[in-house]
Ligand binder design. Structure first.
Ligand SMILES: O=c1[nH]c(=O)c2ncn([C@@H]3O[C@H](COP(=O)(O)OP(=O)(O)OP(=O)(O)O)[C@@H](O)[C@H]3O)c2[nH]1
Ligand SMILES: [Mg+2]
Length: 197
């Protein structure tokens, strides 16, 4: 089976990528499998900058084509926070603390003003290709409490109006069909023949 290497250590993202790439006959390999000791500092101020840092760093280390994902939640009533700091908003990769911080900051904010979006920047980098990025988004609303147990991060408080469910109430395949990550990857796969030529 063909392999796709993803510069991530996030198990939740890895599952999302598997749901999207398996139907395309790709095996997903992540840093958890091949570079678990490697730390990549995310010093960028945009999702795109961080995705490029991750893709280029791992690609140079492996000498292979690598895809990276930098993503996060933008809450309108919080001026776009947590944004690029989504993974470390309250505690480093502490999903529960991060969720509670968003919910506390939104106390008193009425439903119609709880609009938000997930953003995902995918970067692809490789020895013989020019680094490129693709952005996918997914619009939704922040609930007052958690619902559902699938997914990761802020999924339990992110309500998708068109589906009447939170991201954490979707299967990985349902999430991939509408998510920021799925949308960014679909843009990438459309361009892949031009990138790899
Ligand atoms: O509910 C969510 N559903 C999603 O689909 C999603 N995508 C991103 N996020 C949040 O944004 C951070 C990314 O930060 P991030 O891009 O730096 O990734 P990360 O540090 O977790 O892993 P890595 O890929 O950098 O190794 C994550 O940790 C989450 O808090 C999501 N939350
Ligand atoms: Mg990260």
């Amino acid at each position: 089976m063909k392999q796709v290497v993803i510069a991530t250590k996030n198990k939740g993202k890895a599952k999302d990528f598997e749901a999207i790439f398996k139907p395309l006959d790709y095996e997903v390999v992540t840093m958890l499998d091949i570079a678990s000791d490697m730390e990549i500092e995310e010093t960028g101020s945009t999702f795109e900058e961080n995705a490029i840092i991750k893709a280029e760093t791992l690609s140079k280390a492996l000498g292979k084509i690598v895809i990276a994902d930098d993503s996060g939640l933008e809450v309108d009533a919080l001026g776009g926070e947590p944004g690029v700091f989504s993974a470390r908003y309250a505690g480093d990769h502490d999903d529960e603390a991060n969720i509670q911080k968003v919910l506390e900051k939104l106390i008193g904010v009425p439903d119609e003003e709880r609009t938000a979006r997930f953003v995902c920047a995918i970067a692809i980098s490789g020895p013989d290709i020019e680094t490129k990025t693709f952005r996918g988004t997914c619009e939704g609303k922040i609930l007052h409490e958690k619902r559902g147990t699938n997914g990761f991060g802020y999924d339990p408080i992110f309500y998708v109006p068109e589906l009447g469910r939170t991201m954490a109430e979707l299967t990985p395949e349902e999430k991939g069909a509408i998510s920021h990550r799925g949308n960014a990857i679909r843009k990438l796969t459309k361009e892949l023949p031009n990138i790899l030529k």
